[in-house]
Design a protein around this ligand. Structure first.
Ligand SMILES: N=c1c2ncn([C@@H]3O[C@H](COP(=O)(O)OP(=O)(O)OP(=O)(O)O)[C@@H](O)[C@H]3O)c2ncn1[C@@H]1O[C@H](COP(=O)(O)O)[C@@H](O)[C@H]1O
Length: 105
C-alpha cells in the first residue's frame, strides 16, 4: 500500500473512533469541515510562501502539510482518495489546455 493510501486509512480510523485529547485528526474532525478547509487554505498559502521565498526543505515540509490536510478534508467530506486519483487518471493524456477549454464551454 502506498503512503497516501496508508495515511488515508489512518485518518479514517481517527475519524471513526479517535480521541480529540490525543489525536490531531480527531480534534480537526470535532471542529468540522469549515475549520479543516480553512486549515488546508492556510497550509496552501504556507506552501506558496515556501516556494517563493523558502528553501527546498521548507517547500517539502509545507507540501506534506497540504497533502495531509487535503486527505483529512476529503475524509471528512466522504470523498475517497481513489475518486481523486480516478479523476487524474481520466485527465491523463489530455492537454491541460484542452481540459481548461472544456471547463469553460
Ligand atoms: N501527517 C500528519 C501531519 N502532518 C502535519 N500534522 C499536524 O498538522 C499541524 C500543522 O499545523 P501548523 O503547522 O499550523 O501547526 P499548529 O500551529 O500546531 O496547528 P494549529 O494549532 O494552528 O492547528 C501540526 O499540529 C502537525 O502536527 C500532522 N498530523 C498527523 N499526521 C499523520 O496523521 C496520523 C494521525 O495523527 P493523530 O490524529 O494526531 O494521531 C499521524 O500518525 C501522522 O501519520
Amino acid at each position: 500500500m502506498d503512503t497516501l493510501s496508508r495515511l488515508e486509512r489512518t485518518i479514517a480510523g481517527r475519524l471513526a473512533d479517535g480521541d480529540a485529547q490525543s489525536s490531531y485528526v480527531a480534534q480537526l474532525h470535532a471542529r468540522g469541515a469549515a475549520v479543516i478547509a480553512r486549515k488546508l487554505g492556510e497550509e496552501a498559502v504556507e506552501a506558496v510562501v515556501a516556494a517563493l521565498s523558502g528553501s527546498r526543505e521548507d517547500l517539502t515540509a509545507e507540501a506534506a502539510d497540504v497533502l495531509f490536510h487535503l486527505l483529512v478534508l476529503l475524509a471528512e467530506k466522504g470523498v475517497p482518495l481513489s475518486d481523486v486519483l480516478a479523476e487524474l487518471d481520466r485527465r491523463e493524456g489530455t492537454s491541460g489546455l484542452d481540459e481548461k477549454a472544456s471547463r469553460s464551454s
